[in-house]
Design a protein around this ligand. Structure first.
Ligand code: NAG
Length: 351
């Protein structure tokens, strides 16, 4: 017993003599090993492979930087007992900001601006009383939302956003829910400002669908996730849904947005390129940390109030069902002006 104590004392003395630097070095080395194995696990989970060791080492560095950002965001949120959202090292964790924005967002700035009244002007729901809208609403429960889709490595969020809004309106009007073709917009809506995987706008997508007299079904014109040549005949007879035009929700007005969303799914522009959105896992994404510079598009398919009393918008995204809450994100509602992540700046809907 005495001997054991003595040996232990000697060991402590020796390790103490090595000094602080050695301990820090050991800790850093251990953290490196832990991060490398976390990256391995992440690769296995997401079915990732890299072409060689060099690429893998480069991706590990990107993963490390993202993982640190995510961990410290979550630790701060936990410390504050924040009811807000949490992040995850999701399938985008080995991409740099630039790579991510190029591949996964794709909303063009509105320049030159569309002339006001491009959609016939007006706001259908201008006289709508908020007293008349339900406290919470989920268009999925009304069968007006198709399954979550995945834009892949193609910056055509604008097409997914517009299509989801048209799918919703079509269901509400005809009683039929039909998945519609984003690829037709990517391939065929190229004469104006929409540029397939290089970006576009929902309003101009609505203009294309209006002008052409409809949009094909997903089943007859499936998604490929790359720019292709248009293979849609301009005959309206093959279209699975049609619209008369579109309207813009008055900007920076969440009450107007609510009136519109209470009647139909609405296309919404957001700031989706930042890490608090990219790595969103669950909870209500608050205003802080999410910019309002618009670079991504989603579709508002409802709203409600979380158990802690926080109001939220329910948004359908196009990054697959493994992202966020089954492919959806809840974004804080009622923050005023531009809205959290800029959601009130540029919303529109087909009519
Ligand atoms: C809203 O009400 C005003 C005044 O009654 C009316 O002139 C206008 O047409 C209404 N707007 C809509 C979209 O129904």
């Amino acid at each position: 017993m005495a001997l054991a104590t003595l040996i232990l004392a000697v060991l402590v003395t020796i390790s103490g003599a090595h000094g602080v630097l050695a301990d820090d070095g050991d800790a850093a080395a251990a953290a490196d090993v832990a991060m490398a194995s976390r990256h391995e696990e992440w690769m296995a989970k997401h079915g990732k492979t890299y072409k060689d060791e060099e690429e893998k080492a480069r991706r590990l560095e990107v993963f490390r930087a993202n993982a640190k950002l995510i961990d410290s965001f979550n630790a701060a949120a936990d410390k504050e007992g924040d009811g807000g959202h949490r992040l995850a090292t999701n399938k985008f964790a080995d991409l740099t900001d630039d790579e991510f924005r190029a591949a996964r967002t794709g909303l063009l700035q509105r320049s030159p601006p569309l002339s006001s009244g491009a959609g016939g002007g007006g706001f259908l729901y201008e006289n709508f009383s908020l007293d008349a809208v339900p406290q919470s609403l989920d268009w999925r429960a009304m069968g007006a939302v198709t399954g979550v889709k995945d834009q892949g490595s193609c910056g055509c969020c604008w097409a997914f956003s517009a299509v989801a809004a048209v799918e919703g309106l079509t269901k509400i009007r005809t009683g039929r829910l039909v998945s519609l073709s984003e690829q037709e917009l990517v391939d065929c809506d190229v004469r104006g400002m929409d540029q397939g995987c290089e970006g576009g706008l929902m309003d101009t997508a609505f203009q294309y669908i209006t002008r052409r007299g409809g949009l094909s079904a997903e089943s007859s014109y499936p998604y490929r996730g790359i720019d292709g040549s248009c293979r849609s005949s301009s005959s309206a007879s093959v279209s699975a849904a049609s619209i008369r035009g579109f309207q813009d929700v008055p900007a920076n007005n969440e009450a107007a947005l609510m009136a519109a969303v209470s009647r139909q799914p609405v296309s919404v522009a957001v700031h989706g390129g930042g890490y608090v959105f990219r790595f969103y896992d669950r909870g209500v994404l608050g205003g802080a940390g999410c910019g309002t510079e618009l670079d991504h598009a989603v579709t508002a398919v409802g709203y409600g109030t979380a158990s802690d009393g926080t109001g939220y918008w329910l948004m359908k995204n196009s990054w697959g069902a493994s992202w966020g809450e089954g492919g959806y994100v809840r974004i804080r509602r009622g923050v005023g002006r531009e809205g959290a992540c800029g959601i009130a700046k540029m919303a529109s809907y087909p009519v």
